[in-house]
Design a binder for this molecule. Structure first.
Ligand SMILES: *[C@@H]1O[C@H](CO)[C@@H](O)[C@H](O)[C@H]1NC(C)=O
Length: 358
């Protein structure tokens, strides 16, 4: 036949172009195979995060042995997608380069003894950031307040500072307030076995606002006044009352009876905040800030009655978040506190973003 080969070739090319064009305009699914991935590996993460350890509250040195054991486990057993900073909040313990260098040398030794690879050790060291953080006694609380027999004067006032800090001050901390997420761990926290997912990626992928590891009641004698405080606040803020109802909140008996003594001595539910994973903007909404201001307005709550950040965190979550949608019990991450392992659940790996797309 006289039809030149040249034309055949042109026809084939034109047909192929037409097929591709149609596939693209009609959203033919097979076409995606030709497309480059939408999330290249180098893309900037869509959020920011940090791990937070409060390593000292009062001036002066502090024994870092527990912390030196906790950090390498955290590095080794979590498949971090991004190596977010590890903030060591300290009250002057690491103000000098010398004290920092000594700490990092000991951290290297601890990492080696836990069989971290040299690369993983270097990565961990690079993540460490020493953040000076001072804790002042609020107005009305005298420095010798411990001698005044508050309900609990153990570790006065370091423990009380710690509770106030994690309950509300942390959300205004200059190094933390602009983050998307922080994960608080304590020096006696241990990710004691490999986890299959990165906690921050989990929060982002599942659009969660708060994750805890275990829930348990805090005792009535260190939560005195907390039930009436939350109850009064809810009565004055109908949106909070509704939110509590939607979250299936239950009150101790006698809430709406006039008179003193509502829920006196009753335990208050709490999240064990030695593992505390927070989406910061959800704790900086105008509604939450108004509540935190009111919480802070009477410092005797923390310094006299020794309210803890564990029940306070649970109250914040139930008063302002949608628990079913926004809260996750992160039992996928093997975790122990003070040497005691918590119950774990099956860990289902997160899909990489390119496959996650439907
Ligand atoms: C993610 O959660 C927030 C609440 O924190 C909610 O307002 C928002 O609609 C959610 N986004 C999606 C895509 O579900």
């Amino acid at each position: 036949m006289a039809f030149p080969k040249r034309y055949t070739a042109l026809l084939v090319v034109a047909l192929a172009a037409l097929v591709l064009y149609l596939a693209r305009t009609r959203g033919y699914r097979g076409y995606h195979a030709f497309k480059p991935q939408r999330y290249p590996a180098a893309a900037a993460p869509p959020y920011t995060a940090a791990i937070v350890y409060l390593v000292s509250v009062m001036p002066g040195p502090r024994d870092p042995d527990d912390l030196l054991a906790s950090l390498p486990l955290m590095q080794m057993n979590v498949p971090w997608r991004h190596q977010w900073p590890v903030l060591l909040l300290h009250a002057g313990a690491y103000d000098t380069t010398e004290s920092q260098r000594e700490f990092l040398n000991r951290l290297r030794a601890s990492a080696a003894s836990q069989n971290l690879t040299p690369d993983a050790t270097d990565t961990l060291i690079r993540r460490i950031e020493f953040v000076p953080t001072h804790h002042e006694l609020p107005e009305g609380i005298p420095p010798d307040g411990g001698a005044d027999h508050p309900i609990w004067d153990g570790e006065w006032p370091a423990y009380h500072h710690m509770c106030a800090f994690f309950s509300y001050k942390i959300f205004a901390h200059p190094r933390i307030r602009d983050l998307t997420y922080y994960l608080r761990l304590d020096d006696d926290s241990a990710v004691h076995a490999p986890a299959c997912l990165d906690p921050f990626e989990y929060m982002h992928t599942h659009n969660k606002s708060y994750a805890f590891r275990r829930q348990s009641p805090d005792l009535g004698w260190v939560t005195e006044g907390m039930w009436p405080f939350v109850s009064n606040y809810a009565q004055r803020h109908p949106a909070v009352e509704r939110r509590l109802q939607d979250n299936a909140w239950t009150w101790p008996a006698g809430r709406l009876w006039p008179g003193e003594g509502f829920a006196a001595g009753a335990n208050f539910p709490s999240y064990e905040t030695n593992f505390d994973l927070v989406k910061v903007p959800r704790f900086r909404t105008p509604e939450m800030r108004a509540f935190l201001d009111e919480l802070a307005s009477d410092p005797r709550r923390f310094y006299w009655h020794r309210w803890g950040d564990a029940p306070v965190r649970l109250a914040e979550v139930y008063m302002f978040l949608d628990v079913e949608k926004e809260v996750h019990q992160m039992c996928e991450v093997p975790y122990a506190h003070k040497g005691l392992p918590f119950d774990d659940c099956e860990c289902v790996p997160l899909q990489p973003p390119a496959q996650r797309r439907k």
